[in-house]
Design a binder for this molecule. Structure first.
Ligand code: ACG
Length: 455
């Protein structure tokens, strides 16, 4: 299985308002099929005030510019007809400060007050979240509420069983709509504030129990439901979530490959593969990925097309379910800015001129300008383009579907070459990648610059 992350607003515009929509995605299924992906993860599609959609106002409705629930269902059908599964992004940790639950809470409704977390005596109102020093407590009419992702998205209080019940209802609602699974947003944040110690602290054990409950519910509705969690943390922590939920994004893979390829030294790759792809032999499915909407795009991190090609070769010859962030297969660029995350979710460039049916235009273009070679039109025409190379590797992957449930043995590296065997206990392949711009020979195998070989 090969996954593909899509930001609907930027993908394909059906009704000519410049904004991507469900009907647009339905219309673009042939591109996905041709590319070879068979699972899409769509970023949040619920009613939400922001462009990114992670601050939800109504979990049971769609954002109007994307289309109606009927359009959503039709999109699911179109994807299914093409043999493509769909996972929705589910941010259960928080809601929008404009969600009716929060509005009821601040207007004094006791039942809804308990849906959120309020500061009492002893709470440090200046406490910052650990990774970037942003505040976590926010004032409202003389009281302070907890919101780890900012004031516009108050955290839900999962100590309250009624909130847990709501989460399960949401899961049930969307599975009944025909979807195949979920990407669980911010999975380590459900319980991330210690109410006794009154300080920020991840309770991984409690989080995992919560997700187990969610998975039990999901599996009772759809026994083969797909789920991948977003836990951006050290690999050993990620693995704990993955073992329970089945699959988790392997952030270290993205980071390690970029660093190694840029530095021209395989050490990080060796460390990453040893820690994330060999240890847990089949206990869970890792999801390695090209990049996502929270980080600098692959093409802005690896400057040459050759480097990107070797990255994709590794992505598609390692265990698990590889995910491609829309446009990475074309070399789309974008440098992440936490205050302007739009820079990495630009319109998907269908045409070299950036004009034509389906082209989204909802924002000004900062990185992926017309006639720069970054478009489906231009990339399709060149036999050795990144797009065509990615397609070839996806084809290889689909001929070796067993690699979804596999692991790595006999990992050996030189300064510039990574060699490993992917196996599922029955089948196996020996694979080599040269991450340097010069010829290399390793274990008797001759490799051209940036060449990958499967034996
Ligand atoms: C998800 C979504 C994101 C979304 C939200 C909120 C969550 O993908 O688009 O924001 O719904 C943290 C969270 C993640 C979160 C990202 C953006 N992503 O944990 O759930 O922030 C460290 C921390 C991580 C942190 C990361 C951010 O540990 O927790 O992610 O930094 O850079 C090694 C270390 C690892 C370390 C990294 C990076 O890998 O092992 O620990 O991660 O290096 O240093 C959206 C919007 C926001 C809005 C919100 C409501 O984008 O603007 O506020 O919605």
């Amino acid at each position: 299985m090969v996954g593909y992350e899509i930001y609907i607003r930027s993908f394909y515009d059906y009704n000519n308002d410049g904004t991507g929509d469900f009907k647009g995605l339905s219309n673009a299924v042939s591109y996905l099929k041709d590319l070879g992906v068979d699972l899409v993860w769509i970023m949040p599609h619920f009613k939400a005030p922001s462009y990114h959609g992670y601050d939800i106002i109504d979990f049971f409705d769609t954002t109007p510019s994307y289309g109606t629930i009927e359009d959503f269902k039709e999109m699911v059908e179109k994807l299914h007809e093409a043999g493509i599964k769909i996972a929705i992004d589910l941010p259960l940790n928080h809601v929008s400060s404009r969600h009716p639950w929060f509005k009821a809470a601040v207007s004094g409704d006791k039942e809804y007050e308990d849906f959120f977390l309020w500061a009492d005596d002893g709470v440090d109102l200046n406490e910052k979240r650990p990774w970037d020093n942003e505040v976590i407590w926010h004032p409202y009419n003389g009281r302070w509420y907890y919101g780890v992702f900012g004031g516009s998205s108050p955290d839900l209080n999962y100590e309250n069983e009624k909130v847990v019940e709501k989460a399960l209802e949401i899961v049930e609602f969307w599975l009944n709509m025909g979807i195949d699974g979920f990407r669980f947003d911010a999975a380590k944040h459900i319980y991330d504030y210690d109410l006794q110690q009154k300080k920020f602290n991840y309770n991984h054990e409690k989080n995992i129990q919560f997700w187990k409950k969610v998975m039990d519910k999901a599996r009772s509705i759809k026994s083969d439901v797909f789920a991948v969690t977003e836990v951006w943390d050290a690999p050993e922590i990620v693995a704990e979530y993955a073992k329970t939920i089945g699959c988790s994004f392997n952030f270290y893979f993205t980071e390690a490959l970029r660093e190694s390829i840029n530095n021209g030294n395989t050490y990080k790759i060796w460390d990453c593969f040893s820690r994330t792809l060999t240890d847990d032999r089949g206990l869970y499915i890792p999801s390695n990925f090209s990049s996502n909407h929270d980080m600098t795009r692959l093409a802005s991190s690896l400057q040459s097309e050759e480097q990107r090609k070797v990255f994709f070769a590794m992505l598609l010859t390692t265990p698990g379910i590889p995910f491609i962030f829309y446009g990475d297969e074309l070399g789309m660029k974008g440098v992440y800015d936490p205050y302007f995350t739009e820079s990495v979710i630009e319109p998907f460039p269908w045409y070299s001129s950036l004009s034509g049916d389906g082209q989204t235009l909802w924002k000004s273009i900062g990185y992926n300008h017309a006639f720069t070679g970054i478009s489906v039109e231009e990339q399709s025409q060149r036999e050795d383009s990144l797009l065509n190379t990615v397609k070839r590797w996806i084809r290889f992957r689909k001929e070796n579907e067993w690699m979804t449930n596999s692991w790595i043995v006999d990992l050996r590296t030189s300064e510039f070459v990574v060699g490993y065997t992917v196996t599922n206990g029955e089948k196996s392949l020996r694979i080599y990648h040269n991450i340097s711009g010069h010829k290399e020979e390793f274990e008797g195998i001759k490799l051209k610059p940036f060449e990958s070989k499967v034996l």
